[in-house]
Design a protein around this ligand. Structure first.
Ligand code: C2E
Ligand code: CA
Ligand code: CA
Length: 269
């Protein structure tokens, strides 16, 4: 993806012109069944090189645009998926990245309720909070997160292992899932990464949390992470992030055994 220079003004215009769109990366369970997606923002510029989220998301944060960007993505995702709900496997979770500043937005519970009201009850909402955010900001959001979990919303700790590896977060935040960063997938068996991953998974599971291994790129990595205790997976081995059309017409039919471009099923290796 090209990382051409962009300005806050261009990003603001892009939001107005609806050029920032949701793409979807499948999440699969230990049997290789698709159980949901993570929504990842893409900036589609006509006739111009693409800009990576690693460029425009930090720019959105700096320019105070991340709250409107996230809201717009939630609205667009609700529109795109709710009109195709009959094609979704059940249950189906939809995850959004929620930086701490979005958690502070007092309208967040309202937007979550609005999102869910577009769907039948088998569609679940997941908020991904990142370990890269400052811990005090996340602690401040604990009450909001607890109330959202009470409303049936899941909270996942994203990028686990990349921030301060603050185990205190696991105790103080009401989390339902940890997403183990992809750096843990690449560690050889017996390496420090792999032993850390195993310890983090044991801890998370004993706290009643589900562990999702991110960034799995090969069957060997999936098997290793599954043996260590991961029960959900996301990564290029299954599928990269894709547009709504590819998700509905290529990925889900394959994953559901209806033909098409299958997400690779673990049992079919
Ligand atoms: P993230 O939330 O950790 O998202 C996962 C990133 O890893 C995505 O990059 C995804 O395309 C990439 N990925 C997934 N599987 C694999 C794999 O098997 N191998 C490798 N090498 N990479 C894999 P992407 O879409 O470029 O996004 C980068 C980051 O930008 C995200 O990391 C997230 O922090 C941020 N981001 C993206 N979309 C949004 C958004 O809508 N809102 C916010 N706040 N942040 C976003
Ligand atoms: Ca994420
Ligand atoms: Ca991540």
């Amino acid at each position: 993806m090209n990382n051409s220079r962009v300005t806050a003004k261009q990003l603001r215009q892009a939001l107005r012109k609806r050029e920032i769109v949701p793409w979807y990366q499948p999440v699969v369970d230990a049997n290789g069944q698709v159980t949901g997606v993570e929504v990842l923002a893409r900036w589609l510029r006509k006739g111009a090189p693409r800009v990576s989220p690693d460029t425009f998301i930090p720019l959105a944060m700096e320019a105070g645009l991340i709250v409107p960007l996230t809201r717009q993505l939630m609205r667009q995702t609700a529109r795109e998926l709710s009109s195709r709900v009959k094609w979704l496997p059940q249950p189906f979770s939809v995850g959004f990245n929620m930086p701490a500043v979005c958690l502070k937005d007092s309208a967040l519970p309202l937007h979550c309720r609005r999102f869910l009201s577009s769907f039948p009850p088998f569609v679940k909402l997941v908020l991904e909070v990142s370990e890269r955010d400052a811990a005090p900001d996340l602690y401040q959001a604990a009450d909001t997160l607890t109330a959202l979990i009470r409303d049936g919303i899941d909270v996942a700790l994203d990028d686990f292992g990349t921030g301060w590896a603050n185990l205190n977060l696991l105790c103080r935040l009401p989390l339902t899932t940890i997403k183990l960063d992809r750096m843990f997938c690449t560690g050889a068996p017996g390496s420090a990464e792999s032993m850390t991953a195993a310890a983090a998974m044991r801890l998370a599971r004993s706290l009643g949390m589900r562990v999702l291994a991110e960034g799995v790129e090969s069957l060997a990595q999936v098997r290793r992470m599954r043996a260590l205790g991961a029960s959900a997976f996301q990564g290029f081995y299954f599928s990269p992030p894709v547009s709504i059309h590819r998700l509905i017409w290529r990925i889900l039919p394959g994953a559901l055994g209806l033909g098409g471009e299958s997400v690779r099923l673990l049992g079919h290796s």
